[in-house]
Design a binder for this molecule. Structure first.
Ligand SMILES: CC(C)(COP(=O)(O)OP(=O)(O)OC[C@H]1O[C@@H](n2cnc3c(N)ncnc32)[C@H](O)[C@@H]1OP(=O)(O)O)[C@@H](O)C(=O)NCCC(=O)NCCS
Length: 173
């Protein structure tokens, strides 16, 4: 990121955020529609959404977190050891960066923020893995960069063991 680019803040809870989402365009209509029309209604009921707002007030990016469970048979073998059926997971439900803000490290920052929050969740309740559903093959490539593995192959269900997060997240900032 160079100094010429507009400042964007850290992810904050949608409930305490004010922003203009009218120009949000991630390249995926489903992700754009969700943040515009569903996120605030879902907040605290089925998901928690965190947003990144640019200095201009424009919505730059968002992701949401939820909890869930995955059948052992649908989970990677290394997560099954000593795990119940179904296996408890934290879900990164949606994650998107508006194209005007792409390739500046914001997507990576969203994931780091999600990981920090999931480590906190796992300190309180049992949680074996992080599950993300990649919207397309490119998104699957993005998640792979951060250690996620697809299972079963071809489904774009991406898993990462919670035990691996502590090293990724490091010390709290
Ligand atoms: C994928 C996405 C979140 C990346 O956001 P971003 O802010 O542009 O990404 P960053 O600048 O943080 O890049 C982080 C790393 O991911 C890589 N990356 C970025 N977009 C990528 C893509 N589409 N496919 C694979 N890797 C990608 C970058 O090259 C970078 O790697 P590097 O550090 O080795 O250079 C964003 O392009 C997006 O919202 N896409 C549409 C929706 C989507 O695919 N969401 C993902 C989950 S469904």
């Amino acid at each position: 990121m160079t100094g010429a680019e507009p400042f964007v803040g850290r992810p904050i809870p949608i409930g305490s955020a004010e922003y203009d989402g009218s120009r949000f365009a991630s390249g995926h209509t489903a992700l754009d529609d969700w943040i515009r029309t569903i996120a605030r209604r879902a907040e605290g009921r089925t998901a928690r959404t965190y947003v990144v707002v640019a200095e201009s007030g424009e919505l730059a990016a968002y992701y949401c977190l939820a909890t869930g469970a995955v059948a052992r048979a649908a989970s990677p073998r290394k997560l099954r050891k000593d795990a119940p059926d179904p296996i408890p997971v934290a879900i990164i439900g949606r994650l998107a960066v508006s194209q005007a803000f792409a390739r500046r490290g914001i997507g990576s920052g969203l994931l780091q923020d999600a990981f920090r929050r999931i480590v906190q969740i796992a300190d309180i309740v049992g949680c074996t893995a992080v599950l993300a559903h990649a919207i397309d093959a490119e998104a699957a490539g993005f998640y792979r960069k951060y250690g996620f593995n697809e299972f079963p192959d071809g489904t774009r269900a991406m898993f990462l063991a919670v035990a691996a997060l502590q090293t990724v997240v490091g010390e709290p900032s």
